[in-house]
Write a protein of this length. Structure first.
Length: 106
């Protein structure tokens, strides 16, 4: 399994169409602007189902009015294909819910 770090990680995000995600050390992250708590909770439930199906689980923080998502593969201490695949799924779920991302938010 390929572990992505540094410039390779940035290139992997670009090559996988993950403009909604930002590389941060050994993780990738995004902020989903849900606008309200109920939308965030609904989106988290969908993300949770997708994560269970993938057998790979993100770190999620729900606040009003956004959801922060962070992905890494703990067994490699780096971002792997599992993270990139789940990030793509999460971006698709957010888009289908009409939720925009702000990957540069802190």
């Amino acid at each position: 399994m390929t572990a992505y770090t540094g410039q390779n990680l940035t290139a992997a995000l670009n090559n996988n169409g993950l403009a909604d995600w930002q590389a941060r050390n050994d993780t990738i992250s995004t902020r989903l602007l849900t606008g309200d708590f109920a939308t965030g909770l609904d989106l988290i439930n969908k993300i949770g189902a997708a994560a269970e199906d993938a057998g790979h689980h993100p770190d999620i923080t729900l606040t009003f009015p956004h959801v922060d998502i962070q992905l890494t593969s703990h067994d490699t201490n780096a971002v792997t294909e599992r993270d990139l695949d789940l990030a793509g799924t999460i971006s698709e779920l957010a888009a289908s819910a009409g939720v925009k991302a702000d990957p540069n938010a802190d």
